[in-house]
Write a protein that binds this ligand. Structure first.
Ligand SMILES: Cc1cc2nc3c(=O)[nH]c(=O)nc-3n(C[C@H](O)[C@H](O)[C@H](O)COP(=O)(O)OP(=O)(O)OC[C@H]3O[C@@H](n4cnc5c(N)ncnc54)[C@H](O)[C@@H]3O)c2cc1C
Length: 490
């Protein structure tokens, strides 16, 4: 059943003179912050990609790094990278391993750089910024800010098990993204260690016209262009009021129109989420009696009370105009209570059931068609028995759709063939309609086969930049730019 797993992973390249390398690294970090113990190598050889989880459940190690390091300072990171560069050893920055596409897996062996000691926090309440170490856990940061009367507002579902560095490297998106923005909107500047060991720091400004913004290259770079050690991010005051609205729709297009008209009127809810009929039944069936066969739309508003009241009034008018039926605060309260619950996917693994999620984005004029076509394309894969979707990130220009599928490979088919067939059907359909290959989970191992189709000519430029910055290909090799993985899978 599992033979096909190997198509994703090359055999680990062994560091030849590992004892000497470990000795040289010990001189940089000290003997307490280096490990070559098997227990650590096993722990850091996985992330939260479904395949990584399935392999672990089946007793197969997804990847095996050879050395784990816990640097404490940017100077140490620089020295480590210089050494890795000299000996051409792969080096993979590691946050908390919550990535869901295999981006932190050491598929070519090498050194894992666990960033958790980079945990500093410094608030500037005049500029409304926070300077933060990139190894800091997202929930720790948000709680600290809240205690001091502020909020960054980046609340991914994985907030308790992920870091600022991971958010930057993946261009992550949180539940309140409509109002507070995604990571690329939140981060103002960064300190970065390049693959040569050189340290750069971009300047912090409200806005400037001083040439290309080079540091933007590192947002979404998934550890392939350098290590981000510190970031300056925007923060906001704690909101005076939080308002909640929910509506049921019979027709998906009506629901999408209500959201689009609201956003295009420059109304900025904190949270907007819609659930298709299947997900409405799954999430709200028991608490909202008339929700069967309907589409649930929920909103959370945050800010100054007078503004929130007005935004809620205009949003309600748009929903009612588009045939929405008001269902009050109860569904929103239910969402708040359950929003960090993610037990389903891990519950099904032991029963040989494959369950995963795929997020893509598209412009408004394709939003309904893309949803319909992707659901049909997933259902057309033999063995699939569930395809559903919700949307939780919206723009004045378009939407992110988030699909969930589940199935059991038909007899004779293995997990990977089945899994890839669903992913291929989904991403092909999205790209065909002008949608993207991902919205916020990133590329990692799983999606790299789509990079050329996603980017076209731009992909050559990305490869050139990678070669220029990292001539020895030490930073997280085998990810993002790998033609090899694409050819094997297309
Ligand atoms: C249950 C669950 C819910 C999730 N919900 C969301 C969600 O709501 N929104 C969302 O966007 N994502 C979500 N994710 C995905 C995941 O949490 C994000 O991708 C997150 O950004 C990963 O952070 P991490 O610290 O765990 O990074 P890791 O998984 O450790 O690493 C991810 C990538 O970032 C690189 N990296 C890490 N730190 C650095 C650094 N300092 N410098 C350079 N590169 C670095 C790594 O090399 C790797 O390529 C979810 C995941 C799970 C399991």
């Amino acid at each position: 059943m599992l033979n096909n797993f190997k198509i994703h992973f090359k055999s680990n390249t062994k560091i030849k003179n590992i004892d000497q390398i470990a000795e040289e690294l010990t001189k940089i970090v000290g003997s307490d912050r280096i490990s070559t113990d098997m227990v650590d190598k096993l722990a850091y050889g996985k992330d939260y990609w479904l395949i990584s989880n399935l392999m672990t459940l089946k007793g197969i190690q997804p990847s095996l790094p050879e050395i784990i390091l816990w640097p404490q300072t940017t100077a140490e990171v620089s020295e480590i990278i210089k050494l890795a560069n000299k000996y051409k050893i792969p080096i993979i920055p590691y946050g908390e391993g919550s990535g869901v596409v295999g981006s932190a897996l050491a598929i070519n062996g090498g050194i894992i750089l666990d960033m958790k000691y980079f945990d500093s926090i410094e608030i500037n309440s005049t500029n409304m910024t926070v300077t933060v170490g990139t190894g800091l856990n997202g929930a720790v940061l948000e709680r600290y800010l809240n205690e001091h009367g502020f909020r960054m507002g980046h609340i991914p579902q994985s907030i308790r098990t992920s870091t600022i560095g991971g958010y930057i490297a993946n261009r992550a998106a949180g539940q309140f993204s409509v109002i507070y923005g995604k990571m690329e909107d939140i981060v103002l500047s960064m300190e970065i260690v390049l693959p040569t060991g050189e340290i750069i720091r971009s300047k912090t400004y409200p806005r400037a016209s001083v040439g290309p913004m080079v540091d933007r290259l590192f947002l979404g770079s998934e550890g392939t262009l350098g290590v981000v050690t510190e970031a300056i991010c925007k923060i906001w005051p704690m909101p005076e009021k939080q308002g909640k609205l929910s509506y049921l729709f019979t027709d998906l297009q009506n629901c999408l129109d209500a959201i689009r008209e609201t956003l295009q009127a420059r109304i900025n809810p904190g949270v907007i989420r819609i659930y298709d009929k299947k997900e409405t039944e799954r999430h709200f069936g028991e608490i909202i009696k008339n929700s069967k066969g309907k589409i649930m739309l929920i909103f959370v508003f945050e800010g100054i009370e007078r503004l929130v009241d007005l935004e809620m009034q205009i949003t309600s008018e748009n929903c009612e105009k588009n045939n929405g039926i008001a269902t009050g605060e109860k569904p929103v309260d239910h969402w708040f209570e359950t929003r960090f619950k993610v037990s389903e996917a891990s519950e099904f693994g032991p029963y040989d059931q494959v369950m995963d999620t795929i997020e893509v984005s598209c412009m408004w004029d394709k939003s309904k068609e893309l949803y319909d076509e992707i659901i049909n394309s997933i259902l057309s894969v033999p063995g699939v028995f569930l395809a559903s979707g919700h949307a939780s990130h919206f723009y004045t220009t378009g939407v992110c759709w988030y699909f969930t599928f589940s199935g059991i490979p038909k007899e004779g088919k293995d997990y990977i063939t089945f899994y890839n067939a669903v992913w291929d059907a989904t991403i092909k359909t999205s790209l065909k309609l002008g949608g993207t290959a991902s919205h916020h989970h990133g590329i990692g191992v799983n999606r790299s086969r789509w990079m050329r189709l996603e980017h076209g000519e731009e992909f050559n430029l990305m490869q050139t930049i990678k070669k220029m910055l990292d001539p020895n290909n030490i930073m997280n090799p085998g990810k993002l730019y790998s033609e090899e993985i694409q050819e094997k899978n297309l």
